[in-house]
Write a protein that binds this ligand. Structure first.
Ligand code: SAM
Length: 570
């Protein structure tokens, strides 16, 4: 079978003669990986052009053969035109026996084709950050020391964009004294620019018919720093979505975690019986939109895998063009966010996301927290000790504040601009329910035959959590105004109100709290919280386990509590 070919670039993904052998020769041997991986406890690879994933699967095979116990492999791979799972499976069919079981694991974890950074935990010791983006847009956001580069982005004459100054600047910025690079090309311009960026370049015989390839190593740079020890015991305050998600993530990474809660699991806003998961849309792609795109893909994958535990209903969501401003924003997202048409479409009436759906937040919290010890806590009973932190009578290395509304008055969080927002939802029975969720400012989410949930009010000025008839009527009116065809189709069966937590800039707050060691926060998930709590958990778990960054630097900065300390420029 001939090697897969890109008609866009008129070039092959890998050698026609034996792609797997070429991959070993050029990228693994070219970076001397067999001996280096065998000697490391932490190694970071970056690849330009994920393509079929052949190089990465081949690398993973080698890693499994030579790795030390407890060592960790991190891989960044950048891809502007992601192939589908079926295309990857077909392209790698000739190597299926050698790539077993790695190929199937990759296909199981392969994300939705939505522009953004996707962290795939391929195995306990192998993490792939698959970045679906133009390398020139993504690489300026990478600030992590890289041990070895696979430069594999089609022949420079056919794809000069892949070999731009942005690439060489990123290689220099992220180099240590032991960083290497290898490439199938020996193009003079590539060699010259690598040299100018501080790399010593050697030519050697290329694979098969190819005359030459290059190997390079960085000259100078700092020594590779050993990662500090990660924490072992962590207290998570708050057993709603944010807390349950972070406790689950830490538990998955073998950290001893304890949940502390004033009431019981999902007693606040996370206790709703149904919640939609949708990104917050913006006209442009920017730091915040990157967060929601990654969060959506991550949540979708998790919900698909745990569907039966969380009352998962995946029927898609239609976001109506309720006014000209909204239409402009939604059409802008469609144009600029770079989601494959399988995942984002426009109709005459709105923006449709086929993979969006709803879950039971309450069931999700219970599922995530099922193996985590849960203790009752008193807000004031958190204190610094000589060696770490104390909550009640228990000692921890780190504390994470992951509550919602109750965080607003918390003494440790007094510097954060957060406030409560009351929200009421209603449940009902609907005649001839809509075939998908409908969002119009409020939302209508059908599930289980004729059951629906409609929400939500947005009342920062109220703190009463009893449900109110006037709010029920307002929720119904908003729906009937947006979808007049469905007027009077709903019989209300219940209502629930709760206080959510929001920040001044309406973006979640996730990261280390300034001025303290090992004190973290994940809060302000008041809207789109099902998505943001999940990704927030992953970011904190990454941080606490010395993993690599799995989001653009600008997004991490936009989430950080430190953003509110920034001095205003006059
Ligand atoms: N390493 C791949 C494998 O193991 O199958 C083969 C990579 S193929 C030679 C080059 C890849 O670079 C293609 O998948 C292509 O879509 C991607 N690509 C081309 N231009 C790009 C750009 N500007 N940014 C990111 N990826 C790009």
């Amino acid at each position: 079978m001939p090697a897969p070919r890109s008609s866009r670039f008129d070039d092959v993904y890998f050698s026609d003669s034996d792609g797997l052998a070429e991959s070993s020769y050029v990228f693994l041997e070219g970076n001397k990986l067999e001996s280096r991986l065998a000697a490391t406890s932490r190694f970071v690879i970056a690849e330009t052009g994920f393509g079929t994933g052949l190089n990465i699967l081949n690398l993973w095979r080698l890693w499994d053969r030579v790795k030390k116990p407890h060592a960790q492999l991190f891989i960044y791979s950048f891809e502007k035109y992601p192939l589908s799972k079926a295309e990857i499976a077909t392209a790698l069919e000739p190597f299926a026996p050698q790539l077993d079981p790695y190929l199937n694991h990759l296909l199981d974890h392969y994300p939705l084709r939505v522009g953004g950074w996707h962290r795939l935990c391929l195995a306990k010791d192998v993490t792939l950050i698959l970045v679906f983006d133009d390398i020139n847009h993504a690489l300026p956001q990478l600030h992590t020391k890289i041990d070895a580069w696979f430069l594999d982005g089609f022949t420079p004459s056919k794809n000069p964009d892949m070999w731009s100054d942005v690439l060489f600047a990123a290689m220099k910025r992220n180099a240590t004294s032991t960083t290497t690079a290898a490439s199938f090309t020996a193009a003079g311009d590539v060699r010259r620019r690598l040299s100018l960026s501080g790399f010593h370049v050697q030519k050697q015989k290329g694979y098969g018919q190819k005359r030459e390839m290059i190997m390079a190593h960085y000259q100078g740079g700092e020594d590779k720093i050993c990662a500090p020890h990660s924490v072992e015991k962590v207290a998570v305050i708050g057993a709603g979505l944010a807390g349950a998600c972070v406790a689950y993530d830490l538990h998955q990474r073998n950290i001893a975690v304890t949940l502390f809660e004033k009431n019981h699991i999902a007693s606040g806003a996370s206790g709703n019986m149904r919640g939609l998961f949708n990104p917050r849309f913006s006209q442009q792609r920017h730091a915040q939109s990157e967060f929601y795109a990654s969060a959506f893909a991550q949540a979708y994958h998790f919900f698909e895998t745990h569907a039966d535990k969380i009352d998962y209903v995946q029927i898609g969501s239609l976001h109506l063009f309720t006014d000209a401003e909204k239409e402009k924003r939604l059409r802008g997202a469609h144009e600029n966010w770079d989601w494959h048409p399988d995942h984002m479409q426009t109709t005459d009436h709105g923006l449709f996301l086929p993979q969006a759906g709803s879950i039971s937040p309450k069931a999700l919290c219970a599922h995530l927290a099922r193996d985590i010890p849960l203790l009752v806590y008193d807000v004031l009973d958190v204190a610094k000790t000589e060696s770490g932190w104390r909550v009640g009578d228990h000692s921890f290395d780190a504390v994470i504040f992951a509550g919602g509304a109750e965080m607003v008055a918390h003494p440790f969080l007094s510097s954060l601009p957060i406030h409560t927002v009351r929200g009421q939802i209603i449940t009902g029975k609907m005649e001839d329910p809509t075939p998908y969720n409908i969002c119009y400012g409020g939302y209508c989410a059908p599930y289980a035959q004729d059951e629906v949930v409609l929400g939500s009010t947005f009342q920062p000025w109220l703190t009463d959590t009893s449900s109110r008839e006037e709010d029920t009527q307002l929720i119904l009116k908003n729906f009937y105004d947006a979808v007049p065809d469905k007027k009077d189709s709903i019989t209300v069966t219940g209502a629930r109100a709760a206080l959510r937590c929001a920040s001044k800039d309406r973006f979640p707050i996730i990261g280390a709290l300034q001025g303290y060691e090992h004190l973290y926060v994940s809060t302000a998930h008041g809207s789109h919280g099902i998505l943001s709590a999940g990704l927030g958990a992953r970011l904190l778990a990454d941080h606490l386990t010395n993993s690599v960054h799995s989001l653009p630097t600008a997004t991490l900065n936009a989430l950080s509590p430190a953003r509110f300390l920034a001095v205003k420029k006059t």
